[in-house]
Design a protein around this ligand. Structure first.
Ligand code: NDP
Length: 502
């Protein structure tokens, strides 16, 4: 028993996290259901600073670990996680041992698993973001579970996480195999008990969906309204990347747009990618949880529906022959339109993040977690897909006011929207007039206009509900919580009568 930690599941994520751990001097026991995968992996990586130990059975794996054992599971999310935990228990894992699920598990599964296995091990959930490269050289890690278990995991999590420069808030780049970056602030922090880490990871993914969709809408507007070439667009995104929109997703968009196709030489690569988006479900989880909790995360949901609509390729191609719309007319003011699209993107992004953080606030109340929103934003600054300069502003907003009800109310974000909203509205209306698809820009603007409205037409809606279903209503001239019903005119009952039920 000489290994500091163990890794079960050696696909893309497991292999890379294990190598990341070994690079930081931890000795890692590795196991994979298909044993050859583990053998090949260790054979390919004979000399890491910490060392990898191939285990052919889970019994060997358990025996290889120092106590309290720390076993990380990175297998396909869902039933395989339970199968592996049960196998680990059979293989000799003990009640003080820590079993970490680092996959994209549904947070309610994590809550359930922690309880279900409580007598046999300390089950702990941790979110991870950053894909293959993040896993290898520094992901963002969102741990949730028993605080005592976290004490044991913390040194390893802090070591392997992405690091940001405390002065600039930007990720420190330049790690290579065997040479991780030195210093910096690690992109990990204890999130909360049971499912909190996986929940926050899920919301991260929901935000990732809308971040990507907003960029796609900017791209389609630059194309539809300005007829820009991909190289021109790439330059626009690069320029945006040097300002408030500075982020990984904007940067890779600039790269993608200038990429030439390997088959159809000299033509833009992106033109040969079929326009149907896939999804693995975390955006859907975020949106359906928003529906369950009654939180208007409409822009996030819009991004999921946008992928669904894109997937109806054959139907869309057929419909395009029958359904008419305006032909986009080129806009004369080129530079003004580019700036307007940038502003629309930034304002929409603020709304999207406001929704994500509102959702986490609702979950905090529901599950009695104490989430530190400023810290959550700060651990997303490096390693993960949504890493962005913008996150620093969110941390600052929650530092100014930890009880902030909505990011839109923070002075910085409020001011940004004040500055950008005329352009935002212009872009949404030009998009509508020209028939350019921009659902997330529009949905975010509706959220903004709805959220800032002291009065919404829900008075009429409630009256309709009272009319057809006697669902009752509250009155503006009476205290909240008192409910009334109007006896609506009926052929047998011509007189109106108000009955209070409060
Ligand atoms: P996959 O999700 O593709 O899972 C493959 C691994 O799971 C293999 O090691 C496979 O073993 C193992 N496995 C599947 N079923 C079982 C089972 N019943 N019992 C034991 N082992 C099983 O791998 P990824 O590396 O892509 O992802 C791992 C986790 O990380 C997932 O939860 C994923 O959602 C999450 N994640 C993935 C990211 C990514 O970019 N890929 C990013 C962030 C999180 P075998 O070799 O024997 O088939």
């Amino acid at each position: 028993s000489s290994c500091d930690i163990g890794m079960i599941g050696l696909a893309v994520m497991g292999e890379n996290v294990a190598l990341n751990m070994a690079d930081h001097g931890f000795k890692v026991a590795v196991y994979n259901r298909t044993v050859q995968v583990a053998k090949d992996f260790v054979a390919r990586n004979p000399s890491t600073p910490g060392g990898l130990v191939c285990c052919e059975t889970l019994k060997d794996f358990v025996r290889a670990l120092k106590k309290p054992r720390k076993a990380v599971i990175l297998v396909k999310a869902g039933p395989p996680v339970d199968m592996v935990v049960k196998q680990l228990i059979e293989a000799g894992v003990e009640p003080d041992d820590i079993v970490v699920d680092l996959g994209n598990s549904l947070w309610t599964d994590t809550i359930r698993r922690e309880q279900e296995y409580a007598k046999q091990c300390k089950f702990f959930g941790s979110g991870v973001s950053g894909g293959e490269v993040g896993a290898r050289f520094g992901p963002s890690l969102m741990p949730g579970g028993d605080p005592a278990s976290w004490q044991h995991l913390e040194p390893i999590w802090r070591a392997i996480a992405a690091k940001v420069d405390p002065a600039t808030g930007k990720p420190i780049e330049g790690a290579s195999p065997g040479k991780p970056v030195e210093g910096g602030v690690p992109c990990t922090a204890y999130i909360g008990p049971n499912g909190a880490g996986h929940y926050v990871k899920m919301v991260h993914n929901g935000i990732e969906y809308i971040d990507m969709q907003l960029i796609c809408e900017a791209y389609t507007l630059l194309d539809g309204l300005l007829g820009m070439s991909k190289d021109e667009m790439s330059r626009v995104f690069s320029e945006w990347n040097s300002g408030d929109l500075d982020s990984y997703l904007i940067q890779i968009t600039a790269d993608i747009l200038q990429q030439k196709d390997p088959v159809q030489k000299d033509k833009p690569f992106v033109d040969f990618v079929l326009d149907t988006a896939g999804q693995k479900g975390t955006g859907k989880w975020t949106s359906s949880n928003a529906l369950d909790m009654g939180i208007p995360a409409n822009a996030i949901a819009e991004a999921v529906f946008a992928r669904c609509l894109s997937a109806l390729k054959d139907e869309r191609v057929e419909a395009s022959k029958h359904l008419s719309g305006p032909t986009p007319t080129p806009v004369a003011d080129r530079q003004g339109t580019i700036t307007a699209i940038r502003d629309a993107l930034y304002c929409s992004k603020i709304c999207a993040y406001a929704q994500g953080f509102q959702l986490m606030a609702a979950a905090q109340a529901e599950y009695k977690w104490t989430l530190d929103f400023g810290t959550i934003a700060s651990i997303w600054r490096g390693g993960c897909i949504i890493r962005a300069r913008f996150l620093q502003k969110i941390t600052e907003a929650y530092t100014r006011n930890p009880g902030l009800t909505n990011l839109l109310l923070d002075p910085y974000f409020n001011d940004q929207i004040k500055q950008g909203q005329a352009n935002w509205r212009k872009v949404v209306s030009i998009a509508a007039q020209n028939g350019v698809w921009a659902p997330a820009f529009m949905s975010a603007l509706s959220y903004y206009d709805g959220y800032r409205a002291a009065h919404l037409p829900a008075n009429l809606l409630q009256a309709q509900r009272d009319y057809f279903g006697a669902h009752t209503y509250e009155r503006t001239d009476q205290p909240r919580g008192k409910f009334f019903h109007l006896d609506w005119p009926h052929p047998s009952r011509p007189q109106l009568d108000i009955k209070g039920t409060g």
